[in-house]
Design a protein around this ligand. Structure first.
Ligand SMILES: [Zn+2]
Length: 477
């Protein structure tokens, strides 16, 4: 008999292998070290493995851990301060978030990671300006991370003082310092914790770095074997800047620059036309789709359906809590399915099983980790979640002759039904309780930091022109 560290048994098992969801009735997963030793029927695996711990998953769906390909964890500390406005970035988020001290950013990261982890997210494509201790949060909590330090050449002070429509000035020294910092972070962290922590290069957007520095980032990415994670065609602001500076819209500009290939994770594509989205997909670049965030901050459904139809890979992302306002991939799956059905007035667009694949195996492929995570199969990392199907909102559970589990996971689950979360063979959440962090302390610290940020914002005259204050004074908040 073989040995294993854990045997997760009697599950409604969704392996996500093959072209569908890979359902196994009364299924089991054997875990050895950080990896999956086998998946299959419980009867078969319990005869084959002597497990140190057997987890009874009766009444649970077992799925691959969910992938959040694009998230800005620090902004959890400014949750809910930048929505229902036009020019969201310049008029809402930037004037507010510039008052975030490094310790506030770190408190946001800690809060956001726990929030998402408890809702089944195991991989974080976290995108931010690094503060000391950032990477260590992921290391210590035990989740998987694709850390992306922001690279831009925006003059010190950022966007808060800019007028909408003005061409931004660039500060090349700032850009170079950010590139150097990203390379240093990659040297320290890419492949850390047995490959659980990896790094991507993150030019913030094509309009926020001079052309030469965009090219420099591309050369480094090729030399170091790193992916590029960049906001692309996000908002009319970016397209306007690109037209003013280069006389080209973003997709054509990036194509000329040699950026459109499988090394690129292109985030949002909010302003991309169907033709542009098709071009980007056909070149092999991948897309991160943030349905909740873009719905709230822009009122737009990005062209993910066209992108996938053209053969592109799409991952889901929760983006930012300042205006999403939650970081929960169950929420993103539902919104993605709904928004696209509504956009096309067609209920067959983006069925539940497809968005579940976008949150798991397709997302893993899109972020370049398809060989390691995204499905439950022997040899892959043991990143998985147990979802309690006995929750009232997921009941009744039908298995045969009719099966209703996947549509309910996508359209009825909230994320609170996640009972257990395992990453790289280690249990991080058991019976809804985080084992690797002090949840109450993390929440208290985020609350204190958020209040300190709010006090600094209130003392800043720019606050008077923000919609937030006006809405509050009008009795709307
Ligand atoms: Zn973003």
């Amino acid at each position: 008999m073989d040995t294993s560290d854990a045997l997760i048994a009697h599950a409604h098992l969704f392996t996500l292998q093959g072209e569908g969801v890979g359902y196994v009735a009364d299924g089991a997963v054997a875990v050895k070290g950080s990896r999956i030793a086998a998946v299959g029927p419980t009867a078969e695996l319990s005869a084959r493995f002597q497990a140190a711990e057997t987890m009874d998953a009766s009444g649970c769906a077992v799925l691959p851990g969910l992938i959040d390909a694009h998230i800005h964890t620090p902004w959890a500390v400014v949750r809910g301060v930048a929505q229902d406005v036009t020019h969201w970035m310049q008029r809402a988020l930037a004037p507010y978030s510039r008052h975030m001290a490094p310790e506030a950013a770190l408190a946001g990261t800690r809060l956001n990671v726990l929030e998402a982890l408890k809702a089944g997210t195991t991989t974080f494509g976290d995108y931010t300006r690094p503060v000391p201790g950032w990477a260590e949060v992921f290391l210590q909590v035990g989740v998987r991370a694709r850390l992306t330090p922001t690279i831009n050449a925006l003059p010190p002070g950022g966007m808060a003082g800019w007028k909408v429509g003005d061409l931004y000035p660039f500060d090349e020294a700032t850009g170079q310092a950010a590139i150097d910092a990203a390379v240093a972070l990659a040297r320290d962290w890419h492949g850390a914790a047995d490959g659980r922590i990896t790094v991507m290069l993150g030019p913030q957007a094509p309009d926020m770095l001079p052309r030469d520095q965009l090219l420099q980032v591309k050369r480094i990415a090729e030399r170091e074997g790193l992916m590029i994670h960049m906001h692309v065609a996000q908002g009319d602001r970016e397209i306007d800047q690109m037209l003013k500076r280069y006389g080209q819209r973003t997709p054509a500009f990036l194509d000329d620059l040699g950026y459109l290939d499988d090394q690129l994770l292109a985030v949002h594509l909010t302003e991309a036309t169907d033709e542009e989205a098709t071009l980007i997909a056909q070149r092999g670049a991948r897309m991160a789709l943030c349905s909740g965030s873009i719905g709230i901050i822009d009122g737009i459904v990005p062209p993910a359906h066209v992108f996938r139809t053209a053969g592109g890979l799409v991952a889901l992302g929760s983006d930012q809590a300042s205006g999403n306002n939650c970081n929960n991939i169950f929420n993103e799956m539902k919104l993605t399915a709904l928004f696209n059905k509504i956009k096309f007035r067609d209920p067959t667009v983006m069925p539940a099983w497809e968005v579940l694949r976008m949150a798991t195996i397709e997302g893993a492929q899109a972020i370049g980790l398809g060989d390691e995570i995204g499905s439950l199969e022997a040899g892959k990392q043991a990143d998985l979640i147990l979802v309690d199907l006995t929750a009232l909102n997921l009941s009744p559970v039908l298995d045969a002759p009719v099966r209703n589990i996947v549509p309910n996971l996508v359209y009825a689950a909230s994320g609170r039904e996640v009972k257990t979360v395992m990453v790289a063979g280690r249990v991080l959440v058991r019976d809804g309780q985080v084992l690797t962090a002090d949840e109450a302390a993390v929440r208290a610290e985020a609350q204190a930091q958020a209040e300190a940020v709010a006090r600094r914002v209130a003392a800043d005259p720019v606050h008077k022109s923000m919609n937030l204050l006006a809405a509050m004074e009008a009795g709307r908040l």
